[in-house]
Design a binder for this molecule. Sequence first.
Ligand code: ATP
Ligand code: ATP
Ligand code: MG
Ligand code: MG
Ligand code: MG
Ligand code: MG
Length: 266
Amino acid sequence: MAHSKYEYVKAFEREDKLLPNTWIVVRVDGKGFHKFTKEHQFTKPNDITALQLMNHAAAAVMKEIDDLTLAYGQSDEYSFLFKRNTDYYSRREVKLASVIGSLFTAHYVLAWSRFFPDKPLTKPPAFDARAVPYPSIENVRDYFAWRQADCHINNLYNTSFWALVLKGGLTENVAMKRLSKTVAKDKNELLFSEFGINYNDEPEMFKKGSTLVKELKPFTKESRVPIKYADPKYPVVRDDGPDHVIQEITRQETVVTELHCSIIDE
Ligand code: ATP
Ligand code: ATP
Ligand code: MG
Ligand code: MG
Ligand code: MG
Ligand code: MG
């Protein structure tokens, strides 16, 4: 069907290649997770297991797509950074966003029962996705600083809100009113004076979100090689038959490391 008379419909598609030499960021965000987290009774304000499931799904996406170098996640969202010169899907915006959105969702669903063995998945989670090209490394840094600032603001709010509701016995409406017009300092003060919570002591993952980086880690393995091809770089562990030796060779593997660190300049 290569050149059928129907093929003209392809001309309706729009060109959507993202600018070359720019850093592409794809962000996925849970669709209606306010409701989804209620439906699945997430611990408020932060369900650790749910955050770990997000990190797991993101790491799986990182491992699957070589050109992804870094990812940052908080709440129901994750941002993925491509290396500058990637040619993944010819840099087509919709392909990049849709394939990452769907891979992420698939890994989230696939691992759900491992993270929540006693909690059946009763509604299908979905993640929207967008792809944005950034022309300078400064823009990239500011992008991630923006997401981390969002994490901080929301987490301080949510920690205060749920302290008022769960520990203070306020209704959600009253708690919301109580927090309106408060600034960060007021919320820190409220947490400390009314609930004995020092916000600084909250877990780093909640306050800072999670950053995933790819690292090359060396590992060793035994390899059986003909004596005449043995590489003098590696130690010989033992002979194996008249013509072969077992060598301990060193290779590198890509591992994804999770950090809970500051991206924002202090
Ligand atoms: P939209 O479809 O527009 O994104 P949304 O309901 O997902 O709507 P968000 O702004 O993305 O809106 O907010 C995510 C919601 O999910 C927040 O209410 C947040 O508190 C909740 N949430 C996300 N992760 C967790 C978690 N690990 N534990 C508890 N609540 C969470
Ligand atoms: P790309 O990522 O570029 O789409 P692809 O391998 O998915 O690569 P497609 O042109 O989409 O390439 O082809 C889909 C492939 O899946 C074909 O090889 C097709 O035969 C196979 N396939 C799809 N559905 C079925 C099915 N129900 N039974 C057997 N094979 C299938
Ligand atoms: Mg959204
Ligand atoms: Mg959401
Ligand atoms: Mg969100
Ligand atoms: Mg296909």
